[in-house]
Design a protein around this ligand. Structure first.
Ligand code: 5GP
Length: 194
């Protein structure tokens, strides 16, 4: 069992509806030592990749990406939830269904900060159905940027996202893959990884 799986067992809370709460250490209160360890691990797993930018999505990906970026020595750029439907031509736009809020957001990224010279590592806290990641991938495609890899803290392996993203051929490295959870007992089961 790795350091993140151990922490999920210790401090994660299983909610009804297949939701895992990790807000005491990952996406509300943040344990910086833990996220630093995640950054070190992704740096090791993506050691052969030439990454010049980290891309994430508002809001909970941002803090994680900023800590991780220090291990790669590259800037972070994040897709913002669009506040207006009057989106001008200087931004890339993608539609992202929110797993937690059950609504569709348009997310935008300024064309100034992503282009065809970029070799990107995508970072996010969770992978469930894969909508957030597919939005980020579509922005990279529009920009002509190369997705070198994808780092996810917690993949919910019983939802479709991981399979879809791997079938597209992306190098997806999830630090913990949850295979099942039981909100009555609080148990969390992980997929065995090397
Ligand atoms: P997806 O787009 O892959 O369906 O969902 C990814 C997003 O939904 C993540 O960025 C995360 O914010 C949220 N999410 C999905 N499942 C969970 C969960 O079990 N717990 C928490 N805290 N967030 C989740």
């Amino acid at each position: 069992m790795n350091f993140l799986e151990e922490r999920i067992l210790k401090d994660g809370v299983v909610k009804e509806g297949n939701v895992l709460k990790v807000d005491s250490f990952l996406n509300h209160q943040m344990d910086i030592d833990l996220i630093n360890e995640m950054g070190r691990e992704w740096k090791r797993r993506f050691a052969d990749k030439n990454i010049n930018k980290i891309l994430t999505i508002e809001a909970s990906g941002i803090g994680i990406a900023c800590i991780v970026a220090q291990h790669f020595g590259v800037p972070v750029v994040f897709a913002k939830k669009a506040k207006s439907i009057n989106i001008d031509g200087d931004v890339y736009v993608a539609e992202v269904k929110s797993f937690t809020h059950k609504k569709v957001n348009q997310v935008i990224l300024s064309k100034s900060f992503l282009n065809s010279d970029d070799h990107v590592l995508l970072i996010d806290d969770f992978l469930a159905n894969g909508d957030a990641l597919q939005g980020l991938i579509s922005i990279c495609n529009e920009a002509g940027a190369t997705v070198e890899g994808i780092g996810i803290a917690i993949e919910k392996g019983f939802q479709i996202g991981g399979t879809v993203i791997r079938n597209f051929g992306y190098d997806l490295e999830s630090l913990a893959i949850v295979e099942g959870m039981n909100h009555e007992t609080g148990e969390v089961f992980f997929r065995k990884q090397d």
